[in-house]
Design a protein. Structure first.
Length: 95
């Protein structure tokens, strides 16, 4: 079973920081009220958005690395399963 902390503490902190800044920005926007509050806290929303985008980017890179490792493992298994005396991919001559 995959544990929550397996990907690393940095991703967890990134997620927490993104959610925290979004909640703070939302609260401050509602406390100030109107579009003025939104304008004042726009930078907090952008920090939260940047954290979420960076987190998604890191997850995608991890998924790609996992797929490459899986392909390499399958290739090794396939190579080890071949018969030792037979050449792979060599066509037979016809008479």
């Amino acid at each position: 079973m995959k544990r929550f902390w397996d990907p690393g503490i940095s991703r967890t902190i990134l997620l927490v920081f993104g959610v925290f800044t979004f909640v703070v920005a939302s609260y401050r926007t509602l406390a100030t009220g109107g579009l003025e509050g939104l304008y004042d806290n726009y930078w907090l929303y952008m920090v939260a958005f940047g954290c979420v985008i960076w987190l998604r980017y890191q997850r995608q890179r991890q998924k790609e690395a996992d797929l490459r490792a899986e392909d390499a493992r399958k290739a090794e298994t396939k190579k080890a399963a071949r018969k030792p005396g037979k050449a792979a991919g060599k066509p037979k001559k016809r008479k």
